[in-house]
Design a protein around this ligand. Structure first.
Ligand SMILES: Nc1ncnc2c1ncn2[C@@H]1O[C@H](COP(=O)(O)OP(=O)(O)OP(=O)(O)O)[C@@H](O)[C@H]1O
Length: 462
């Protein structure tokens, strides 16, 4: 059956009008002879306005693909094209020939991709902005003295907020908290954020120095002050911290007679070196820390109340890890990253049950204990995921004491030392390195404990 010409024409017309692509046909004079509904929508030009008119009345000549193809007679296939400044299309254009192979015009089919392009532009701008913000954030974090303190809990954010305020003043700060909870980290951050940051941060562990040496450590001595002293004299930590911060760690261990001397120095802002006749002006900010309950010590008479009040100007207590267990996942990822990078191992993932297991544990050694556990884990671990079993094996309850089957007999002295070393090691392990508790448990002074640790080569991070 022959399809009548008029039917074919209407069908073709209907087909072109329902297409989502814009169709435009120009004759060899550049006049628009066909313009479908999609073209009307894309270019916001009605058929009645454009049909019969020269296409250059609406577009710049160089932007009209139909005109280019009329000239070149070369068809164009699926090419990106921008007919108007804010219009983006993918265009196919082909020359039209009659039955005598005479060029009679050109037809373009254009798919509007302006929305996609705009979305892409927005996305790329957003990504650039994001990148920029990330850079800003990371440089800000690096600049931020508190950036080393990890954790997102309300408690830690509040502490950082308060500590930043304390850093702006020159007030004495007293930091309390369990062993390994981050007291020294906070003290360092306060110093770095303060106007004294360019000067020294000098830590002094009040519990580690034998009583007899404490005064010379803190105040220094003049040449020839006593036998065995350097003949040049030596500045004490208070002088060394000039313009900076003196961190009195474990201040609760300070002997009473030294408490008096410290208080006098703080009040009078000057010190005398041992054997010295002229006072030396001191300019230090004091940050003190302790895991002891100083108020109780004051009532027991083992800590002077006047020194306590002198230190307690700005007091802050760092909660134990169990009190802010919500910080644990963030700390875990931090330590995994740190140790995978320092031991050159791929970063493992951690199973949810392993994290649960860690959250259930009571962390007497706080963040130091968590950090040590992850260092051990990264040394031993070989898989891509950390399982609950890996954690259970490393947590103290799971530890089993393995007694050697046979040991070479030692002399009495050596045996005594060996037992002592073992006892010290076990106690330190049990208290997660807390020297004051260990010393008490072992029935010796902290200074003696330090001396013995040195003698037996026991290095325990303080
Ligand atoms: N919030 C934290 N984010 C990351 N690391 C932390 C944090 N708190 C503590 N640490 C790490 O835990 C370890 C112990 O911290 P720090 O020495 O400051 O504790 P401390 O309370 O002063 O301990 P001690 O009372 O035994 O002297 C350090 O390696 C420290 O870097």
């Amino acid at each position: 059956m022959k399809i009548p010409d008029s039917f074919a024409l209407h069908t073709l017309h209907t087909l072109l009008s329902v297409l989502e692509e814009s169709i435009s046909i120009v004759n060899t004079k550049g006049e628009m002879v066909y313009w479908n509904e999609a073209a009307e929508k894309t270019f916001h030009i009605k058929k009645e306005e454009i049909i019969g008119r020269n296409v250059t009345d609406f577009f710049r000549e160089e932007d009209v693909m139909n005109l280019k193809v009329l000239k070149s007679k070369q068809p164009v296939h699926e090419k990106y094209h921008q007919p108007l400044p804010d219009q983006h299309v993918v265009i196919s254009t082909t020359p039209i020939y009659d039955e005598n192979n005479q060029l009679i015009g050109s037809m373009s089919v254009e798919r509007d991709i302006s929305t996609t392009i705009r979305l892409n532009e927005n996305l790329s701008n957003t990504l650039q902005e994001l990148q920029h913000l990330k850079q800003q954030l990371s440089s800000k974090r690096l600049d931020d003295a508190f950036s080393k303190i990890k954790g997102n809990s309300q408690a830690i954010n509040r502490l950082i907020y308060d500590a930043k305020k304390a850093a702006k003043s020159d007030a004495t700060v007293l930091i309390t908290g369990e062993s390994g909870s981050g007291k020294e980290l906070f003290a360092q951050a306060i110093h770095q954020e303060s106007s004294r940051s360019k000067k020294a941060f000098i830590p002094i562990n009040c519990g580690a120095i034998p009583q007899a040496l404490f005064e010379s450590e803190l105040f220094g001595y003049e040449a020839g002050a006593y036998t065995g002293a350097s003949n040049k004299g030596k500045p004490g930590k208070m002088e060394l911290a000039k313009g900076g911060t003196l961190f009195l760690d474990e201040v609760g261990e300070l002997p009473l007679n030294m408490q008096v001397k410290l208080l006098r120095a703080l009040q009078e802002k000057e010190i005398y070196r041992i054997g010295g006749q002229t006072p030396k002006k001191i300019n230090v900010r004091i940050i003190a820390a302790t895991n002891r309950h100083l108020e109780n010590m004051v009532s027991e008479g083992t800590f002077r109340s006047d020194l306590y009040y002198r230190l307690n100007v700005f007091a802050t207590r760092i909660p134990s890890l169990r009190e802010r267990i919500e910080d644990l996942p963030c700390l875990v990822y931090e330590f995994l990253e740190e140790f995978s990078s320092s031991y050159n191992k791929p970063l493992p993932s951690i199973h949810k049950e392993a994290l649960n297991r860690l959250c259930e544990y009571h962390w007497p050694g706080n963040i130091r204990e968590l950090r040590n556990l992850f260092e051990r884990l990264m040394v031993l671990h070989e898989h891509s995921e950390i399982s609950e079993m890996d954690i259970t094996q490393l947590l103290p309850q799971a530890k089993q004491l393995v007694k050697p089957l046979y040991t070479v007999p030692l002399s009495l002295k050596n045996e005594k030392e060996s037992i002592e070393r073992e006892r010290i090691l076990q106690t330190l392990e049990k208290t997660y390195g807390n020297k004051s508790i260990s010393a008490k448990e072992l029935g010796m002074s902290r200074a003696t404990l330090y001396k013995k640790m040195k003698k037996y080569g026991i290095g325990y991070e303080s």
